[in-house]
Design a protein. Structure first.
Length: 262
């Protein structure tokens, strides 16, 4: 797969650096792809008694991936599992699918990775396979795939959560780096406000150039409907930088997701 303005991959490894770690952990919204939050340790008599599962469905007015506008008017769904392997180590598995109601664009992302709580920070190592069912950018040239590996680190610093991610594209041999921050504000037991910011850098990722890619600012409003269900509307802004300025406009967009855990 050649990276042009119509040839950008799908989701980040284990999510696009969703960093929320409040009572609504995992609800920071980017494209809906969020990391699987490992379940709390509990007494178990079987290997899979403490497996955590999450089902998400959502809608985005614009689907931005790492600074590039992929499509608009997207509906999506995700199924994710978190399997504890040890007290501080878990295996995450997920499948994420999105489809545009505006253009012919469908994408499936299959993720697998390890999450390790090192005490000083939470570390993640994962692999993602992408399928683009209408070509690289929505054209009807068949199915195109891509693979990448990524490493993430996240740490809570008082009321603020900070995280970083590094991703490597095997086909183009390009790298992508992002740094994010958020600060969840609990309004009450069932509602919070999550302001967040993220900046990204590409090393021969979208093209042969190496430069900053985008700045994203967002506000999420997770509402805890039940002990297992959370509804999260959000509004965000994408500011094109460096390698994306020539083909992506600055945009304000939004959406909503419903997350149910089991």
């Amino acid at each position: 797969m050649t990276k042009t303005n119509h040839s950008i991959q799908g989701a980040a490894i284990l999510g696009s650096l969703a960093l929320a770690a409040s009572a609504f952990a995992g609800t920071t919204v980017a494209t809906g792809k969020g990391p699987v939050t490992p379940p709390a340790p509990q007494a178990s008599t079987g290997l899979f008694d403490s497996v955590g599962a999450t089902v998400d469905v959502g809608y985005d007015t614009h689907y931005f991936f790492r600074g590039f506008l992929m499509s608009e008017q997207n509906v999506w769904s995700q199924v994710a599992l978190s399997v504890p392997l040890a007290s501080n180590l878990s295996l995450g598995l997920s499948a994420w699918y999105t489809s545009s109601t505006d253009i012919s664009y469908d994408e499936l992302d299959l993720n697998a990775g390890l999450n390790y709580d090192a005490g000083f920070a939470k570390l993640g190592l994962g692999f993602t396979h992408y399928e683009f069912f209408h070509g690289d950018g929505g054209d009807d040239t068949g199915i195109h795939g891509a693979e990448e590996i990524g490493f993430t680190v996240a740490k809570g610093l008082g009321p603020v959560n900070v995280g970083a991610g590094y991703y490597y594209d095997f086909e183009t041999e390009g790298s992508y780096i992002e740094l994010g921050i958020d600060a969840p504000i609990a309004v009450n037991d069932n509602f919070s406000i999550v302001p967040a910011a993220l900046i990204s850098y590409g090393d021969e990722y979208y093209s042969t150039d190496s430069d900053f890619q985008n700045l994203k600012l967002s506000l999420a409003f997770p509402v805890k409907l039940t002990s297992t269900a959370t509804l999260t509307p959000y509004v965000a802004g994408n500011i094109a930088l460096g390698t994306t300025e020539a083909f992506t406009d600055d945009e304000i967009y939004g959406g909503v997701k419903l997350s149910v855990s089991f």
